[in-house]
Write a protein that binds this ligand. Structure first.
Ligand code: SF4
Length: 409
């Protein structure tokens, strides 16, 4: 086996000695005492999550770079890995994509100029503790600061580093009051942290009053549970979420290695219960920065009826420079997808502009030239085609006034 070492990463010891890498075997090696029932119980998983350097060192043969990363980031960011996600880590390879998302390296402790504590500029748009209201018709409801796995690329690390905790009753009430008072809010994204770490009862306490607000048309839940702790997706939870339709689960698979039988069961359970699942990936250097990987991931998502939605350019969050890719890499990946595979497998490539500018999507340039009577394109194979422009240029919709008048009664 060969691999390209991480920038500052020394090679690990004899790789074969550190086998096995099969997740089922790894589970038995790492948690031999766990019964199937315990392994499938999300609360058992949480109780046995590894949360510090000592715990990780006992389960994974750490490199010097990882040991230094754990030491130097200890006061900056949380560490935590569920037993399930831990069992996906390749113990023989420091560039395993699951490992790189879970275990910090030395580079993470270095905050570069330009990196931001609040890369999306959310805090100036927090009218109350629980709400971020940055876009015209939607808000973010921050439900908790905890996660089952603390991702090394987290964009909300100012929240997931701790200190905000689960919403108090008062904070939730103030958040709901804010939404009630803003009829323009038709979409609420519940996020955090990972809101599906809350108990079913606690989730209902948030969802019931939210659904009772007449102008809230749709609810989204941002969660990595299908990826990092798929046991959390129980029949009871799927039924609960379905009661608040239209409710969408937005999850976060980054690599096909994460699409396991357990993850598939979790996603399909949600979809079977009428809860649509979308995926948002983050493009990360050496983890998934290759069109082949993104294509395989998106095909795997579609096979379990999860729609690839966004491919995010990595935000300029603190300590993440070593994982960021040039903008050109994302464009190159899209170029390798569009036309070459199913359109549904081609996500929007989004850049969330640092400082609060909001999301913009970018794509390779297919328009060669606008002319008076036609527009010239290149297709995905690089061939030139002309699209003839119509003679009539007026695109007004006269019936729309009638439609709007009727809708307004
Ligand atoms: S699950 Fe989401 S909020 Fe939690 S650490 Fe990962 S990216 Fe951040």
């Amino acid at each position: 086996m060969s691999f390209e070492p991480h920038d500052e990463q020394p090679a690990v010891g004899p790789l074969e000695a550190q086998r096995p890498t099969d997740p089922a075997e790894r589970r038995r090696a790492l948690f031999p005492e766990a019964t199937d029932e315990q392994w499938g119980d999300w609360r058992w998983q949480l109780r046995h999550a590894v949360r510090d350097a000592k715990g990780l060192a006992a389960k994974v043969p750490l490199t010097d770079d990882e040991r230094a990363g754990l030491d130097e980031t200890a006061k900056l960011f949380r560490v935590g890995v569920s037993p399930y996600y831990l069992s996906l880590i390749d113990p023989a390879h420091p560039l395993c994509p699951v490992r790189m998302q879970s275990i910090p390296v030395k580079a993470e402790a270095r905050v570069r100029p330009g990196e931001l504590e609040d890369p999306l500029g959310e805090d100036p748009h927090r009218p109350v503790e629980a709400i971020v209201h940055k876009y015209p018709d939607r808000v973010l409801l921050l439900a908790t600061d905890t996660c089952s796995v603390y991702c090394r690329h987290c964009t909300r690390r100012r929240i997931t580093r701790g200190g905000e905790a689960e919403l108090t009753r008062t904070q939730l009430d103030l958040g709901l009051d804010y939404i009630r008072a803003h009829p323009e809010v038709r979409d609420v994204l519940i996020s955090g942290g990972d809101p599906l770490l809350l108990s079913d009862e606690r989730l209902e306490q948030i969802l019931t009053p939210l659904r009772a607000i007449p102008h809230v048309e749709m609810i989204r839940i941002g969660t990595r549970m299908p990826v990092t702790l798929p046991m959390r997706i129980t029949e009871a939870l799927a039924r609960l979420l379905r009661r608040y339709a239209p409710l969408f689960v937005v999850t976060h698979f980054n690599h096909p290695k994460e699409v396991t039988a357990e993850a598939k069961r979790a996603c399909e359970l949600l979809v079977d219960h009428g809860v649509p699942v979308e995926n948002q990936s983050v493009l990360m250097r050496r983890i998934n920065s290759d069109a082949r990987i993104i294509k395989e991931l998106n095909h795997a998502c579609l096979r379990m009826r999860v729609r690839p939605y966004y491919l995010h350019q990595m935000d300029v969050a603190e300590g993440c420079e070593h994982l960021r890719t040039p903008i050109a890499k994302g464009l190159e990946i899209l170029e390798d997808l569009r036309g070459w595979t199913t359109g549904m497998a081609v996500p929007h490539l989004a850049v969330d502009l640092p400082g609060g500018g909001g999301k913009v999507t970018i794509q390779p340039q297919y328009v060669l030239e606008h002319q008076a009577t036609q527009t010239l394109f290149r297709n995905y194979r690089g061939q030139t085609y002309a699209y003839p422009e119509p003679e009539e240029q007026d695109c007004g919709c006269p019936y729309d006034a009638v439609w709007v008048n009727r809708a307004q009664g």
